[in-house]
Design a protein around this ligand. Structure first.
Ligand code: C5P
Length: 364
């Protein structure tokens, strides 16, 4: 059964979340790159600590939302004559809610979330390696390869059928992203980046691996969401719970992702949050928002459409640069952005055959 699509101020949540995700993606690349490379190059914060904080925050928010919605997906047995108006004051009602939530979170199929959880933790750590070794624009554009890995995994794992028009749209999208990249890849480095010891090969390897895990984890999460019952927010809690252990691994094993020599005595000493300043927190919060939006987009749209939203983010971040930093719009940007927009429009055209399409195909 297709999920009912809620709306915000009359606008379908599907489109609101897609547009918000595009804006969030544009902001994240800039904030993350700035926090790692430009804000304080000699005093870098621990990427592993940031990944752990994101999971803790996302998990807590999801838990709170899951708790408030519990009656909608795990209805309580109402004894005859119970008074809902006074029920909020009744401690048994609260206890029952906690019990039902616990049962939902630890239901027998919760292990399914362990696979995307591990993949996402690897991806989130790789993202920091990539962003620290590549220019922001280069990173953002090469990260779009995940659209192709996602489409491939959707076809293989969800048996999604894409019409020739949709494949053509994906090809156009890749070409459009490449054209936008031409101007960025002109060898120009920002002054901040020039002072930084960046290893482009390491960066590209990290991006390639992150694209692989992004496609696989996203499609796996979509498969779990759409092929088995369970509330989205409960699934998010399960995802965060299973992320905690792998997120702790790089911290326990020497804090190797932190280039700063540790001065503390133990791995959980102050060194874990050393240099964890405003920009590190801004990165964490933007990632938390992105994770929650991603979950909504995967539920109400799908992974491939998510890829288009993130491609649009390239256009958004460039326009923001024009407005904020007075960058010059070039012919290649206009051409590339137009191709991206046309590809997005093409992908969203209804198919003539009813079997294909972006919605509903994941449900068998
Ligand atoms: O690049 P991509 O779109 O694959 O990134 C997805 C991001 O969203 C990852 O950082 C992942 O941790 C996060 N996510 C999440 N909750 C979900 C699905 C993804 O936090 N349910």
């Amino acid at each position: 059964v297709a999920p009912a699509v809620p709306s915000i101020c009359g606008l379908p949540l599907k489109y609101v979340s897609l547009v918000t995700l595009a804006v969030q993606n544009a902001a994240l690349t800039l904030i993350m790159h700035y926090s790692r490379v430009s804000a304080a190059p000699s005093r870098t914060y621990s990427a592993a600590a940031a990944v752990l904080m994101v999971e803790l925050l996302k998990g807590s928010i999801s838990l709170a939302v899951a708790f408030t919605r519990i009656d909608s997906y795990a209805p309580q047995y109402q004894p005859l004559g119970s008074q809902p108006a006074t029920s909020l004051l009744n401690p048994w009602v609260w206890l029952s809610r906690f019990r039902r939530l616990g049962k939902e979170v630890f239901r027998s199929d919760c292990w399914k979330l362990s696979i995307p959880a591990i993949l996402y933790v690897i991806q989130n750590n790789l993202q920091f390696v990539a962003v620290s070794n590549l220019e922001a624009a280069t990173f953002q554009v090469s990260y779009q390869m995940k659209i192709l890995t996602t489409a491939a995994f959707s076809v293989v794992m969800l048996r999604k059928k894409l019409s020739p028009v949709k494949w053509l749209a994906l090809l156009f999208l890749a070409i459009g992203v490449g054209i936008v990249q031409i101007q960025n890849g002109s060898g120009h480095k920002s002054p901040d980046d020039m002072h930084r010891d960046m290893n482009a090969f390491k960066g590209f390897m990290a991006v390639a691996a992150a694209c692989f895990t992004s496609g696989l984890a996203g499609v796996y999460f979509e498969m779990v969401l759409k092929n088995s019952p369970g509330d989205l927010w409960v699934r998010n809690v399960q995802l965060s719970l299973f992320s905690l252990l792998p997120a702790l691994v790089p911290i326990v094993f020497s804090g190797s992702s932190n280039p700063v020599p540790t001065t503390g005595s133990g791995w959980f000493s102050t060194s874990l949050f050393e240099n964890f300043g405003v920009w590190a927190w801004a990165t964490v919060l933007t990632q938390v928002l992105g994770g929650l939006l991603t979950a909504l987009v995967i539920k109400y749209a799908d992974n491939i459409l998510k890829g288009f939203a993130t491609s649009l983010s390239i256009v958004i971040s460039f326009l923001a640069s024009v407005a904020l930093f007075h960058f010059q719009i070039t012919v290649s940007f206009i051409l590339g952005a137009t191709v991206v927009l046309v590809a997005t429009w093409m992908y969203n055209q209804p198919d003539s055959s009813s079997t294909s399409g972006s919605e509903g195909t994941a449900r068998e």
